[in-house]
Design a protein around this ligand. Structure first.
Ligand SMILES: C[S@@+](CC[C@H](N)C(=O)[O-])C[C@H]1O[C@@H](n2cnc3c(N)ncnc32)[C@H](O)[C@@H]1O
Length: 440
């Protein structure tokens, strides 16, 4: 039923947003057919799968993805002048390189982070240069604690604030690369990098933090190798991309097994019409390119990031009256997602019960007593916590693995795992964002 609904809504998206007129009808049909098989294979377990059925096969999206997937999922942005991907990037570069001088120039709270940062990050920020902080346009806090020694990549690093924070968190043995396409932003990020690493952090050399010019849809061109990073972060950028399937595919390619894509971005509670998606200011303010959150989850699953988890979400305030009038009833949310890269098939499309439990060792910096994997898994130190197979893999087979003991394996299956509702989904935790987790 859910699979059928997904397909029906995807087909509706083609009718509404389809831009396939400039492509041969047969190629559109071919792409749609391949997505249809992806969608049906990944969502087939909406009906219960037998214990012997094995993991649901995961189909990873092709790296080159300007395809019907964009159109099906409303992922495509249209440039203000009606142009293509290059014009979208030009418009965004102009917005962040010229129109905005500091975060005070923003017209909405989309690119603003509520002041709920962990103590540790607040204390690191105290030594981040003011110019870097003044040009910060993020919408969340995508820098997890406990990442010492990891190789971090920041997509759309802007003036570099999150990279500066990550450089302190990974320590001298880790590394941070920021990628951005806007020279004015890169200039600020690079200007202070050396003094910050050497003087503020006390590192022997500035080499563990670097900023590269490039687009997040083609990380290979910025010399980001396959399986070369442990953690990808991003803050309020993916909505600006004209080719979101390519961004997710590139993240999947760049991550090492057990790595994670941990990012905050803007999502909408509906598919926006073309006139809003091509509006220059709405695009720049991170609203016009915001994907319908359910389509975004479908895109994650189609790329191989099965079971996207929501860590946090909050509604965005549209302060500008003219923009608010244009947007009508559409609601926008900043959501922090966690997508784990595990071997294909390891993450199933539903939470399955193998009788496993997790023990948190209390060893993650800043989380001495309990750790929140997402909005509905807060795991107390040393207290056995029953987990589904997916959660067991996320905690035990990723960069988090050294901090958890997973008891049990997948040898015996006990049926579907009974998860509670997600608080962020409005199921009792007081969160105000739409449902995000594909898990439970
Ligand atoms: C809203 S700002 C966020 C910057 C930074 N993450 C922060 O939190 O301050 C968006 C940034 O993403 C960059 N950007 C947008 N689309 C991009 C793309 N397709 N490729 C590379 N960079 C992009 C822009 O140049 C801009 O610096």
């Amino acid at each position: 039923m859910a699979a059928a609904a997904a397909l029906a809504s995807s087909s509706a998206a083609v009718a509404t947003f389809g831009r396939g007129a400039n492509r041969p009808a047969s190629s559109v049909r071919r792409d749609v057919a391949s997505i249809r098989s992806t969608t049906s294979s990944t969502s087939s377990s909406s009906s219960r799968r037998g214990p012997g059925a094995g993991p649901v096969p995961v189909v990873r999206a092709a790296a080159k993805s300007s395809s019907a997937l964009d159109e099906l999922l409303g992922a495509k942005i249209i440039a203000p002048n009606g142009g293509g991907d290059a014009e979208v990037r030009d418009s965004v570069t102009k917005y962040y390189g010229e129109t905005l001088q500091t975060s005070d120039d923003l017209k909405t709270s989309a690119c603003c982070t509520p002041n709920l940062l962990p103590k540790k990050i607040k204390s690191i920020l105290a030594s981040v240069p003011d110019e870097v902080k003044a040009k910060y346009y993020g919408c969340g806090s995508p820098t997890p604690l406990g990442i010492d020694g990891l190789r971090v990549l920041d997509l759309g690093s802007g003036s570099g604030r999150d990279c500066y924070v990550a450089a302190a968190l990974v320590g001298e043995s880790g590394s941070v690369i920021g990628i951005d396409m806007t020279d004015a932003q890169l200039d600020v990020a690079r200007r202070h990098a050396e003094t910050y690493c050497v003087d503020a952090l006390g590192y022997a050399a500035p080499g563990n933090m670097e900023f590269r010019k490039g687009t997040i849809e083609d990380l290979r061109a910025a010399n980001v190798e396959d399986n070369s990073v442990d953690l990808i972060i991003s803050n309020c950028v993916i909505n600006l991309s004209p080719d979101k399937p390519a961004v997710l595919s590139e993240a999947m390619r760049a991550l090492a097994d057990g790595g994670e894509f941990y990012f905050s971005d803007v999502y909408c509670d509906r598919r926006l019409p073309e006139d809003l998606r091509s509006h220059e200011i709405l695009l720049g303010e991170c609203l016009g390119g915001a994907m319908y959150v359910e389509d975004f989850k479908r895109l994650c699953v189609a790329t191989g990031f099965a079971d996207p988890r929501v860590l946090e979400g909050h509604e965005i305030e549209i302060k500008d009256e003219a923009l608010a009038a244009l947007l009508g009833e559409a609601k926008f949310y900043s959501i922090t997602y966690r997508l784990f890269k595990l071997p294909p098939g390891r993450l199933e499309s539903l939470c399955e019960d193998y009788g496993q439990y997790a023990l948190y060792k209390g060893t993650i910096d800043g989380h001495p007593n309990a750790y929140s994997l997402d909005d509905h898994h807060r795991i107390e130190k040393n207290k056995p916590f029953l987990v589904c197979g997916n959660t067991a893999s996320m905690l035990g087979e990723t960069w988090l693995g050294k901090h958890f003991e997973i008891v049990g394996n997948r040898d015996v299956h006990y049926g579907l795992f009974d998860c509670g509702p997600s608080p962020v989904a409005g199921g009792g935790g007081g969160g105000d964002a739409p449902a995000g987790g594909a898990c439970c």
